[in-house]
Write a protein that binds this ligand. Structure first.
Ligand SMILES: Cc1ncc(C[n+]2csc(CCOP(=O)(O)OP(=O)(O)O)c2C)c(N)n1
Ligand SMILES: [Mg+2]
Length: 208
C-alpha cells in the first residue's frame, strides 16, 4: 500500500495523468492525496486549471475520488481510512483532494504579500485545523487549557531536539558542493566551481 502526497501545482504535471492511468489499469494499491492549498508558489489554482474541482480529474481514468475539507482532521482520517481499505482489499487506487491553504511562505525566499491579499489569509486563519480541533475537543470535555499548554510545550521541545539532532549530524563541507553530482564537471561548471571557491576563500579571509 502506498500513499502519495502532491500539491495542486504538481497536479498540473503530465506525469500525474500517466500515473493515474497505470494505477487504474493495474488496480494498484495507491491512495493519491492532492493537497490543494490554492497556490503553486505564487500561481493561484484558478490560473493553473479551468476546472474548479480537482477531485473530478481521476474519474475519467476509472479512479473514484473525494473532495475533502483538508482542514478537518476527522474528515481526513475517515476519507483516508476508506481509501486505504479499498487499496488493501485490492479494489485499486483512490484520489483525495484535500482543500486547504498555505498559511506561511512557499520558501524563505518567497513574499506572499506580492500575490495574495491579507483578507484571504485572515479568512483561513479562522479555519485553522489545530484551532478547530481544539474547540471540538474542548466542547467534548476532552481537553483543557493545561493540556493545551503542555502539548504545545512538548511539541516545541520535540522540534528543538530534532533540529539539534540534525545540526549535530550535518557534516556538509561547503567546498564539496560540486563534487558528487557529476564524475567530470563540464567547463561551465568548472568555471562556476572556481568562482564559488574563490568567493568562499574571500569570505574566510574577511573572517565571516
Ligand atoms: C518538474 C518541475 N517543474 C517545476 C518545478 C519548480 N517548482 C517548485 S515548487 C513548484 C510549485 C509547486 O506547487 P504545489 O505542488 O501546489 O506545491 P506548493 O507550492 O503548494 O507547496 C514549482 C513549479 C519543479 N520543482 N519541478
Ligand atoms: Mg499548492
Amino acid at each position: 500500500m502506498v500513499l502519495t502526497n502532491f500539491g495542486d501545482g504538481a497536479f498540473s504535471q503530465g506525469i500525474v495523468a500517466e500515473s493515474f492511468n497505470f494505477a487504474a489499469v493495474d488496480k494498484a494499491p495507491i491512495v493519491f492525496v492532492c493537497e490543494n492549498n490554492g497556490y503553486a508558489i505564487s500561481m493561484p489554482v484558478q490560473r493553473q486549471t479551468g476546472a474548479d474541482y480537482l477531485a473530478g480529474r481521476s474519474i475519467g481514468y476509472g479512479i473514484p475520488s473525494m473532495r475533502v475539507d483538508g482542514n478537518d482532521v476527522l474528515a481526513m482520517i475517515v476519507a483516508t481510512t476508506d481509501a486505504v481499505e479499498r487499496a488493501r482489499k485490492g479494489e485499486g487506487p483512490t484520489l483525495l483532494e484535500a482543500v486547504t491553504y498555505r498559511m506561511s511562505l512557499h520558501t524563505t525566499a518567497d513574499d506572499p504579500k506580492v500575490y495574495r491579499n491579507e483578507e484571504e489569509v485572515e479568512y483561513w486563519k479562522t479555519r485553522c485545523p489545530l484551532a478547530r480541533f481544539e474547540i471540538y475537543l474542548k466542547n467534548k470535555n476532552l481537553l483543557d487549557e493545561a493540556a493545551i499548554e503542555r502539548t504545545a510545550a512538548e511539541c516545541e521541545q520535540e522540534v528543538i531536539e530534532g533540529r539539534e539532532r540534525f545540526r549535530g549530524r550535518a557534516t556538509a563541507n561547503p567546498r564539496e558542493v560540486f563534487d558528487s553530482m557529476y564524475e567530470k564537471l563540464s567547463p561551465e561548471l568548472e568555471d562556476q566551481k572556481r568562482e564559488y571557491l574563490s568567493k568562499l576563500d574571500r569570505k574566510n579571509e574577511e573572517g565571516h
